[in-house]
Design a protein around this ligand. Structure first.
Ligand code: SDX
Length: 437
């Protein structure tokens, strides 16, 4: 709910152009916003904010982040409480419908998701078009977009029933598609969903079972994977969510809009950071381990090196990412459960974190570990290959993308997103005949 503030902003110009008053709005918590929707119409001027560091693109009721406090709420619930007390499908219900399910709602929602986990048999032929060593995010970008070819009965985003069935299908099928992209890469047969298993237990079985023997998911690893899904489910207007909103604002179908989010998440500055963070740790380990951290940190500080401490820093969190704390706890649990508490990479990560948190270069820039710093170590311990880390992130973030897309489309005031620019190119000029160019 946007509440008009008593405070107004006055914009005046030193060249005597007419000043204007801009209304402010208050949210339920967090920074107020200055409503500039009439600015261009009244002044003929645009605002300028590449990277959107000071821009609120929408109003939303889904996720709130306080970067200074290191706070993350899904529909008002602190992420710590959700991670401790709920499973991923309960969080999906929360994000999609606005509240945690009661027992009856939970049973109904789990059934709806469970009975949509299979994909059309034709989907396997899309996979067969890829090389076996294709990056899973290249495969997932293709597969998610391809889903729109199979559900002509639910592509009208303006129809709430279509939005709901598309949401169920996407949440349900992402684990199947991610597991298929993994199996295709390792040359093993695809494993079909098994409805008697939990959402995450079913994912682990599709990933690691083979037709040759029975497979029982390890409940400690299932719980860890489920928590990874919860921690990655939504995160306000990040790059991939903004991509989904902008793509969906044209009225395209939900599958195409989510495919755009998958493509954006792949980048190493965003969802690709967990893969990059683990590769960074493996490189340091290969080049001497803890003793070599000092040399690595020197490279990071050297502006000419373009080396970044992957898994550190965040556009919003200028304090510790609350998800990183929970991920580090999960690391301890999983490594202890697997008897890997002496895992050299985990020890290296904790040593690197300790050094970075005491080094003024990072402290002065408020660079703290983010969700990606520890998630790679947990996934590696569970047996997930590094190249699949971002696909797992996409699996988890699909529910957040859908909730944000549906919130936008469900707002009667929404418009197609169409930003403007500051043009600094050539002034109008005449085309000359080629002989005179
Ligand atoms: C995710 O937005 C979200 O919510 C994303 C996400 C989600 O859930 O959707 O939280 C998921 O994407 C987490 C972020 C994962 N990315 C990484 O871990 C990659 C490494 N981090 C950086 O690329 C960077 O911190 C960003 C992209 C995350 C944020 O960059 P900003 O906000 O644009 O900050 P910046 O690049 O302007 O950096 C400010 C300063 C610069 O130094 P100076 O020019 O001031 O001297 O900090 C430095 C940067 O060089 N810096 C780093 C650094 N991150 C920023 N220096 C070394 N290592 C880093 N990781």
């Amino acid at each position: 709910m946007m509440t008009p503030s008593d405070v107004k902003a006055t914009l005046s110009f030193s060249d005597g152009s007419p000043s204007m008053e801009l209304p402010l709005y208050k949210g339920s918590v967090g920074p107020d916003v200055i409503d500039i929707r009439k600015l261009y119409g009244q002044t003929g001027k645009f605002t300028y904010d590449p990277g959107f560091l000071s821009t609120a693109s929408c109003n939303s009721t889904i996720t709130y982040i306080d970067g200074d406090k290191g706070e993350l709420l899904y529909r008002g619930y602190p992420i710590e409480q959700l991670a401790q007390n709920c499973d991923f499908l309960e969080v999906c219900h929360l994000l999609i419908y606005g509240d945690l399910p009661n027992q009856e709602e939970r049973v109904k929602f789990v059934k709806n998701i469970t009975y949509h986990t299979m994909v059309n048999e034709q989907m396997q032929f899309f996979l067969r078009g890829f090389r076996r060593d294709a990056h899973p995010m290249a495969v997932m970008t293709g597969l998610v977009g391809a889903l729109s070819a199979f559900y002509h009965d639910s592509t009208d985003v303006h129809n709430p029933q279509h939005r709901e069935i598309a949401a169920h299908r996407l949440i349900a099928k992402m684990p199947t598609l991610v597991a298929m992209s993994y199996k295709y890469g390792v040359g093993q047969p695809f494993i079909y969903p098994k409805n008697s298993l939990s959402y995450t237990g079913n994912f682990m079985r599709m990933m690691f079972a083979t037709p040759c023997e029975d497979y029982e998911p390890n409940e400690v690893l299932v719980r860890a994977m489920d928590r990874i899904f919860i921690l990655h489910a939504d995160h306000e207007q990040n790059a991939s969510t903004s991509t989904v909103r902008l793509c969906g604002s044209s009225g395209t179908n939900p599958f195409a809009a989510i495919a755009a989010g998958v493509a954006c998440l792949w980048g190493p500055a965003h969802g690709g950071a967990n893969e990059a963070a683990l590769q960074m740790l493996e490189d340091i380990q290969r080049n001497g381990g803890v003793e070599k951290i000092g040399e690595f940190i020197k490279q990071v500080k050297d502006k000419n090196s373009s080396v970044k401490l992957m898994g550190f820093g965040h556009r919003v969190y200028k304090n510790y990412d609350p998800r990183a704390k929970l991920m580090r706890e999960t690391c301890h649990e999983v490594l202890n459960a697997l008897g890997l508490h002496d895992d050299p990479l985990f020890k290296l990560a904790m040593a690197l974190e300790k050094i970075a948190l005491e080094d003024d270069y990072f402290v002065s820039r408020k660079l703290y570990p983010n969700v990606d710093f520890y998630s790679g170590i947990v996934q590696r311990a569970i047996g997930i290959p590094v190249s699949l880390f971002t696909a797992i992130f996409a699996l988890a973030r699909t529910v957040g993308w859908i909730a944000q897309l549906n919130e936008m489309i469900g707002d009667p005031e929404y418009k197609i997103g169409r930003p403007r620019q500051l043009y600094v190119g050539a002034a109008p000029r005449q085309v000359r005949p080629i002989g005179e160019r």
